[in-house]
Design a protein around this ligand. Sequence first.
Ligand code: PLP
Length: 407
Amino acid sequence: MIKRMMTMNRGDFKILDQKIYGRPLVYLDNAATTQKPQVVIDTLKAYYETINSNIHRGVHYLSQRATDEFEAAREAVRRFINARHAYEIVFTRGATDSMNLVAASFGRTFLHEGDEIVVSKMEHHANIVPWQFLCEDRGCVLKVLPFNEKGELCIEQLDQLITPKTKIVAVTQVSNSLGTVNPVKAIIEIAHKKGVPVLLDGAQAVSHCKVDVQALDCEFYCFSGHKMYAPMGIGVMYGKEEWLNKMKPYQGGGEMIKQVTFAKTTYNDLPFKFEAGTPSVGDAMGLKAAIEYMESIGIENIAAYEKELLDYAEKRLSSIEGLRIYGQAAQKAAIVSFNIDKIHPSDIGAIIDKLGVAVRTGHHCTQPIMDHFGIPGTVRASFAIYNDKKEIDDLYEAVYRAKNMLL
Ligand code: PLP
C-alpha cells in the first residue's frame, strides 16, 4: 500500500526523470536538499505570474492577495507543527537563519558574562557557531553533551552539565551526519526541571516525523523549507509567545517597527517584530504547498516507508567488506553515513557520481563528529519519499564498483 503510493509520487518530481552521464539519476542527497514536487513549482510560478506584490503595506488588490497568501502559509506552518498561535511562527531564510536569530536575540536579551549554553557534540555548525559568537562577544561558556560510539547522546550526563548558570540548551532532533533521532522529549524534561529553555534544530526532523511543538514543549523550533520539499530561501523559527515577547528584535528595518523617531523606536507585535524587510512571499506559499503535499501522503506513511528504505540500505551496504556505517543508534532517520577502509570518502563520491548516483561526501557541516571518529568525512546517502529499493541496489552496485577500482 505504502509502496504503491510512493511509486506514484515519483511522477510528481520531473527532475528525477533524467539521465546523468547517460545513466538514470539516482538522487540520494536528500538531507542536503529534497527535490520539489510539481505542485510546489506550480505554486511559485502562479505567484509570480498572478499576484507578485509586496505585502502588509499595500492597499491595492495584489498586495492584499499576497498578504492573505503569506498569512495563510503561516497558518499552515502553525498547523503542521501544532503551535498554539500563528504569531509564534516567524518566517526566516532557513534553519541557519532561524538559529542565528534565536542566538542573537536571546543572547542580547538574556546572556551575560559567565552564562552557559549547552549544545551537543552532534550539532550542525549552524547550531554551534552562532552560540560561539555569543561566547566571544559576551564571555559566555559553551558546554558540550557527548555521544557514544553508536552515535546516541549521553543524556545521562545532561543533568550534571546543566548548572545554575545554564541559560539555554540547544540540540538537534535528528543528526544530519549520523541519522540519530535524539530523545528530545526527555532532554526537554531534564532542562525544564532546572528551569532552562530548549531550542530544537528540526532541520532534519520535519520531513521524516510528525512534529508537535506543544507536546514537545520546546521553547524554540527551527527548520528549513528546502529539506521538506519546499523552495530554498524559506525557513521557520517557532518560539513560545512568552519568550518571543521578552526578546529584543534580531534585525532592524521595515515591518518590524511600530514607530520610528530619531529619539526612540518602538517595535511591532509578534511575529512582525522578528521579520524585518520584505519576506519571501512566493517561497512561503511554496512551503504551504509542500506541507499540504506531505500531509496528503501522511507523515506516518512517509516515516514508515523511509524506515523500510533505511533498513534495506544498511543491510545491503554493510555486506560490503571493509565498509563501516557511522551512526548505529536504535532510533534513526533515513540517513546512512559510511566509509570504506583505506579509501577517502570523496573518491567514492566522485566515482559513483559518474555512475549516476548522487550522494554527499565530506564533513556535512559537523566537524566535531568527524573529529570524534578521527576521519576527514563520510559518504552520506539520504532517502526521501520518491526513492525506492532499486535505487538502493544501484547505490550498492556503484559503491562496490568504486571499491574495486580504488583498492
Ligand atoms: N541543522 C541541520 C541538522 C542540518 O542538517 C542543516 C543543513 O544541512 C542545517 C541545520 C542548516 O540548514 P540550512 O542550510 O537550510 O539553513
